[in-house]
Design a protein. Structure first.
Length: 308
């Protein structure tokens, strides 16, 4: 009898049945164990996914766009580019990384505690706040042309105080109830907060005594009365963030020529932003004429100048 016939015989089947049953039982136990493990893995994955969803919800509430129109969540690429730009302006990579991190924490804290928001993208705001102290302004007189809710000035006060300086802030803004820009419709701010002096005062108070002592002038920067009221000193830092049209920026730059202290820093916001081509147009034209200003470079969407 050959082997196939032997295995197929009834006697062989009776003899091998216990072995086959044992194998079947072992296979069945392994299949049940695998199924249980798969179910446990699926449950663990569901739990992990739910944890991530809760964490993302919390993160979105803290840093998401709701209530300010723009997210404050940071991505590695833009952050690394900002580090490089600030380092090139300041000549110190370690200081650039430190100041950008400090500026980011300030941004989140101010928008969490304040009324309204800080205008601009996250890298733009952190670039301005982080760079200005590293450029060594010649004095502590600060002029901000166009403030929205005053939070940027509050942040700049804190950044300068961290360097042991004693900033004195002057703000010029029309406080028209909403943010004004030529060619754009008047609409409520994403934060829902009216653009007025009361909100600015609230936010400046977050910066302590220097914020409370800030000088605020209601009006447009091109108005003679407004200029006369705040041209009583030479400013170590001038932040130009008012009228974004080419004509408006040109007027603000010309005024800055007159009131910037020797060695003063002028920051031109939204420079290179395709939504506001008039800003670059105005600066390029200004730098081709007789000027005290030297272009130092840019960080995110801000140009930095130094006065002779």
């Amino acid at each position: 009898m050959n082997s196939r016939a032997l295995l197929n015989s009834s006697a062989s089947r009776r003899l091998l049945r216990p072995v086959a049953d044992l194998i079947d039982q072992r296979i069945d136990r392994r299949l049940r164990a695998a199924a249980a493990a798969d179910a446990a893995d699926r449950e663990a994955l569901r739990d992990a996914a739910e944890t991530v969803r809760r964490q993302q919800l919390t993160l979105d509430l803290l840093l998401g766009p709701s209530g300010r129109g723009l997210s404050r969540i940071v991505s590695p690429g833009p952050l690394n580019r900002l580090h490089a730009e600030v380092a090139e302006l300041a000549g110190d990579r370690d200081a650039a990384v430190r100041n950008v991190a400090t500026a980011y924490r300030l941004l989140v804290a101010l928008e969490s505690l304040g009324a309204g928001r800080i205008a601009g993208g996250t890298m733009n705001i952190c670039g301005k706040l982080g760079t200005i102290p590293l450029l060594g302004p010649p004095n502590d007189e600060i002029l901000e042309i166009g403030t929205l809710y005053g939070m940027f000035s509050a942040g700049l006060i804190r950044m300068l105080e961290r360097d042991g300086r004693e900033p004195s802030v002057t703000i010029v803004d029309p406080f028209a109830g909403v943010q004004l820009q030529p060619g754009t419709p008047r609409r409520s701010d994403p934060s829902g907060t009216p653009v007025d002096e009361a909100a600015v005062r609230t936010n400046l108070a977050l910066a302590g005594p220097a914020g409370v002592a800030a000088r605020i002038r209601k009006g447009f920067s091109e108005e003679p009365d407004t200029r006369a009221a705040v041209s009583d000193r030479r400013y170590g830092v001038i932040v130009v963030d008012g009228d974004h049209s080419a004509e408006g920026v040109a007027k603000d730059l010309q005024w800055a020529e007159e009131i910037a202290a020797p060695g003063g820093i002028v920051v031109l916001d939204d420079f290179g932003d395709p939504k506001w081509p008039g800003i670059k147009e105005a600066l390029d034209k200004h730098l081709t004429g007789t000027t005290r200003f030297t272009y130092l470079g840019k960080a995110s969407l801000s140009a930095f100048l130094r006065a002779a």
